[in-house]
Design a protein around this ligand. Structure first.
Ligand code: ATP
Ligand code: MG
Length: 564
């Protein structure tokens, strides 16, 4: 590609709208341009990266025996009503109607559509197993689109769906995808980790996510310092305390705590630690408000809490009015003593003695609270986020926390969709049975952002070689004024193209410094400089994007190096 014909505009300034480095660099390098909130145009440079990622994904999916198809992005409402997700999906689903007032949605995921294909096309166990995939545009009306293409509203996903006759078949299909995903992310040159996950809106039982490790990641991952346990903290279980609870040592006392609203305020006043206090959160429930009680230093885990009996899903905090009516008090002064509503205690709370909590009167707290005396012996549940230092729940060692960007997610759906939609096949005995399904997603556009989060420096992007928009950039010095340079650069350009490289030939009439800066910003891995001085010595100047210094090579040696 001749730079003069590529129409790339790079930006020197860091765009104010971009919070994280990948978003900034994608705008500066001209990979994307914003259209509206969560909507981006992929510019020619960005499309080159996308196509390389897609090619690797397709190769590995094909190798794993999956079959590519292409489903519509607009879905009739009736399909989503069959599974109940028309209501469940809520505002994330972009709904629309056509000229006949029929309702549709823009597909955020394709379980319904593929299950409809499955029930029409698949009749017998003899047609199974089968796995269909597509690379296609999704729309989710995200509440907070941010970080550019990492959390956009429209994005490209590779989604795959497997059909099997029984659980052991599903297990095998799932493991095949697990292996294919590991191969894909390895080939993409990403530092990734596979973690246990919650199934969320998609449903089903077993599920795992593939995370690119990066400080800017929106997800927290709990992993073991001792074995290969790793889980999204959304679904990382916490264990009941191992040690027995100490005996009560203090009497129950109600004290005045004027102005105390937070755990920090309370700790300052009492000169104690958050871990010796508890906090009471009131959430909406099926039959009135429900209290969730956690240790003062712990965080509520919404994914766990919304699965409790009687608790509304999605988890919704009760508003101040509801709290006033139910407790006679205000947020900031709540506690379980004498509270008249269903109460769930986190495991960690049950290990406390002589703790403090709100007294359900504004400006009043209890100290010296004890179970078995001031409160009934609690039935405890797991409703908090795991934290660094906790014991690993089903393995060995101590939990550490890292941040990750979810780039892939695999699920065992079981019969959730096939039962709801009547997707059955005949088994060996001639009985109609629902198929067992799995689904497997990769965030194609998100990968671009994730790769940049992992690979960049002050000067720009450092792509993993397999997904760089160009393999090599030729930077001629004084091209417009030197026939020798022009002849040599043109010849090198033709030669490298003939060898199958993606070459960016910077034939612009601009200062060398501008060419160098752009080459670094867009992150071309290999750079060859053609200059009169070099040519006189029979040499080109070579530099890898990661090298700190350039070196001189003759042309044959440079070609050898690139071929490697
Ligand atoms: P998240 O938890 O990040 O919202 P999800 O779990 O809802 O994602 P899945 O339904 O598992 O997403 O979709 C499969 C993949 O699609 C995800 O692993 C992610 O890489 C990608 N993806 C999901 N939502 C977005 C988005 N808003 N923008 C870009 N990519 C996305
Ligand atoms: Mg997911």
């Amino acid at each position: 590609m001749r730079f003069s014909e590529f129409g790339l505009t790079t930006l020197k300034e860091v765009p104010a709208e971009a919070e994280i480095v990948s978003h900034q660099l994608m705008l500066r390098a001209g990979l994307i341009r914003r259209l509206a909130s969560g909507l981006f145009t992929w510019m020619p440079l960005g499309v080159r990266v996308l196509r390389k990622i897609e090619a690797i994904i397709r190769e590995e999916m094909d190798r794993a025996g999956a079959l590519e198809l292409l489903m519509p992005s607009v879905h009739p409402a009736e399909l989503w009503q069959e599974t109940g997700r028309w209501e469940q999906y809520g505002p994330l689903l972009l709904r629309m109607s056509d000229r006949h007032d029929r309702e549709y949605c823009y597909g955020p995921t394709h379980e319904e559509v593929i299950t409809d294909i499955g029930r029409r096309e698949l009749r017998s166990y003899k047609q199974l197993p089968v796995n269909f995939y597509q690379v296609q545009t999704k729309f989710r009306d995200e509440i907070r689109p941010r970080f550019g293409v990492m959390r956009s509203r429209e994005f490209i996903m590779k989604d795959a769906y497997s059909f099997d006759i029984d659980q052991s078949g599903l297990e095998a299909s799932y493991q095949k995808m697990h292996a294919a995903y590991a191969a894909i992310f390895t080939r993409l040159g990403l530092d990734f980790r596979v973690v246990w996950a919650d199934s969320g809106e998609i449903g089903g039982s077993k599920s795992q996510e593939f995370h690119v490790i990066a400080d800017s990641g929106e997800d927290a991952i709990a992993y073991s310092d001792d074995d290969d346990y790793a889980s999204n903290i959304e679904s990382a279980a916490t264990l009941p305390a191992a040690e027995p609870r100490p005996e009560p040592g203090q009497p129950l006392e109600k004290i005045a705590t004027p102005g105390v609203r937070t755990i920090d305020d309370l700790c300052k006043l009492l000169d104690t630690e958050p871990a010796r206090t508890i906090k009471t959160l009131i959430v909406e429930g099926d039959a009135g408000p429900v209290a969730l009680v956690l240790r003062g230093d712990h965080e509520l885990n919404a994914v766990k809490a919304q699965k409790l009996d009687g608790v509304a899903s999605p988890l919704t905090m009760a508003d101040t009015d509801t709290i006033r009516k139910a407790t006679g008090s205000e947020p900031g002064s709540l506690g379980p003593v004498g509270l008249d509503m269903p109460v769930y205690f986190d495991h960690a709370v049950a290990a406390l003695a002589d703790f403090s909590c709100g007294a359900n009167e504004v400006g009043q707290h209890y100290i010296g609270v004890n179970f078995g005396r001031d409160l009934d012996e609690p039935q405890t549940v797991d409703i908090r986020n795991i934290v660094a230092g906790d014991p690993v729940p089903n393995g060995s060692g101590t939990v550490r926390i890292a941040r990750g960007i979810e780039v892939g997610h695999i699920f065992q759906l079981g019969t959730k969709y096939s039962e709801a939609m009547g997707a059955t096949v005949q088994d060996r005995d001639g009985n109609d049975v629902p198929m067992l399904m799995g689904c497997y997603g990769i965030g194609v556009t998100r990968i671009v952002g994730a790769a940049i989060e992992q690979g960049h420096d002050d000067n720009g992007i450092i792509w993993p070689n397999p997904i760089a928009p160009f393999d090599v950039v030729i930077v001629p010095i004084n091209l417009q004024r030197s026939d020798t340079v022009r002849a040599a650069a043109e010849e090198l350009y033709a030669q490298l193209q003939a060898l199958g490289f993606d070459v960016l030939y910077d034939d612009r009439d601009v200062r060398p410094g501008v060419k160098f800066a752009d080459a670094e910003l867009i992150g071309v891995p290999h750079r060859l400089v053609v200059s009169e001085r070099g040519l006189a010595a029979g040499e080109l100047e070579y530099r890898h994007r990661k090298d700190s210094e350039a070196r001189s090579l003759n042309r044959a040696a440079a070609l050898e190096l690139l071929k490697e």
